[in-house]
Design a binder for this molecule. Structure first.
Ligand code: CTP
Ligand code: MG
Length: 178
């Protein structure tokens, strides 16, 4: 397969994760997932940036984006699963769930490192969600998770994340540009 096809298929694969990771900034807020509880080190488990609404809106959005992709791509030349639209819905759900789980793991590690909520931590903010999206979707997407694709998406995500946060800051959705 040529490089452009690998890049396009990789982006089609990861779209539910990108949407899941972005939507909590808009739809999140309210009660924190950790119920304000502290870990044994005296710091919050996840912190106020991880809310119940944000978590579930991310999973729902990943599933929805998967469903839309299923409608648009299933049976076409860009069909990445090749087993009907329902595979996209399932993959969207797994990508959304993995993304939100990875986001939580990232915040958990940040709190253990005493990084305050909202302060940047390059690996945790940008790549933990991606790693967990890969892990959760692996049962359905092993054929897409080639070395080239994983490397491409890791580098792409790094830059997309920086760009998206600068835009979210400029549009007034986030107080800080990271
Ligand atoms: N958000 C949410 N629920 C989630 C994830 C995110 O409500 N599960 C919302 C919060 O308003 C959060 C914003 O999206 O402030 C940005 O998310 P993120 O950058 O991941 O959180 P931070 O506030 O930076 O917190 P942390 O330091 O824990 O990463
Ligand atoms: Mg942040």
């Amino acid at each position: 397969m040529d490089a452009l096809s690998i890049a396009i298929r990789s982006i089609l694969f990861i779209l539910p994760s990108y949407f899941a990771n972005s939507i909590p900034v808009v739809l999140g807020g309210g009660a924190p997932l950790d119920g304000k509880r502290k870990f044994s080190d005296g710091q919050r488990i996840f912190g106020d940036g991880k809310t119940v609404r944000g978590f579930f809106s991310g999973i729902a959005t990943g599933t929805l984006v998967g469903a839309l992709e299923g409608i648009m791509l299933s049976g076409t030349a860009w069909d990445i699963y090749g087993s009907g639209a329902s595979a996209y819905v399932a993959a969207g759900f797994l990508l959304g769930a993995g993304t939100m789980a990875g986001d939580l793991v990232g915040s958990f590690v940040k709190r253990r490192q005493k990084v305050a909520r909202g302060k940047p931590s390059w690996i945790m903010d940008q790549l933990m969600f991606l790693l967990f999206a890969f892990l959760f979707s692996y049962p359905l997407a092993a054929h897409l998770l080639t070395l080239e694709s994983v490397l491409f998406l890791t580098i792409l995500t790094y830059f997309v994340h920086i760009g998206a946060n600068v835009l979210a800051n400029r549009w007034g959705l986030k107080k800080v540009p990271w």
